[in-house]
Design a protein. Structure first.
Length: 241
């Protein structure tokens, strides 16, 4: 059996995004889809003493139907500003120093002009920190054909996946019967019931970047994800720092 999930890239996503990745064998970054403003593609939240704070990467949106993988960075100074905010909020967390090297180097040296590549680099790096072994692909590595649902089915077939794990928001348009006709079972990710973890600044907030979980819980981070509760626990991987 092989399970896959397909989703657009997000900027420093929340723990549920990585829980989805950690639950499947293959994950496809689906950035040929339309870029959506005021969404998670180019922004996310961190926890501060003043409450959740948005960190947004400024992007150029020249056309209404621009795909995510064509979105270009509008201001090269974004990275230093983001790292300053992250450092200010999390420098006193127990595991900040353990992960600081990777993120500080990334934000100090990133010169990528495409949003999708920035997101992918961070997603891959964080998966290593979380010891997530899922194979990560880009949709451009495959043949993209068919309508909204058939594209997903064809991507699953090219990976020889017999199970497709989807986020709950797709229930509005997903044709589960069509998947079954092609030999693919649809399962739904459940983002409810996550336990609280050590977090600075009350009240507790689940809907923030996974950075919050990493800096506060370190190698125990996956204990607070459903995909990691039965996984073999390994010591903190410092090789990428």
């Amino acid at each position: 059996m092989s399970r896959c999930a397909i989703n657009q890239s997000n900027y420093i996503p929340w723990k549920g995004y990585f829980d989805l990745i950690g639950t499947v064998d293959h994950f496809i970054i689906y950035d040929s889809r339309q870029f959506t403003k005021n969404d998670w593609r180019n922004r996310n939240k961190i926890k501060t003493h003043n409450g959740p704070q948005w960190l947004s990467i400024p992007v150029k949106v020249p056309t209404l139907h621009m795909p995510i993988d064509e979105a270009q960075i509008a201001d090269p100074k974004w990275a230093k500003k983001h790292w300053a905010s992250i450092s200010q909020s999390y420098s006193r967390c127990e595991f900040f120093d353990a992960y600081k090297g990777f993120f500080e180097k990334f934000y100090d040296t990133v010169d990528e002009t495409l949003l999708t590549r920035i997101n992918e680099s961070l997603i891959r790096g964080i998966c290593e920190m979380l010891d997530i072994k899922t194979h990560i692909h880009r949709d451009t590595d495959f043949t993209l054909e068919g309508d909204r649902v058939m594209r997903l089915i064809n991507l699953c077939k090219q990976l020889k996946a017999d199970t497709y794990l989807s986020g709950p928001r797709a229930k509005d348009y997903m044709d589960e019967q069509l998947f079954l006709e092609h030999g693919i079972k649809v399962e739904w990710m459940d983002y409810s019931g996550y336990p609280e973890y050590t977090q600075r600044f009350e009240p507790f907030e689940h809907a923030v970047s996974v950075l919050d979980l990493l800096f506060n819980e370190g190698p125990n981070a996956r204990n607070f994800m459903k995909s990691g509760q039965h996984a073999d626990k390994k010591p903190l991987n410092l090789q990428i720092l």
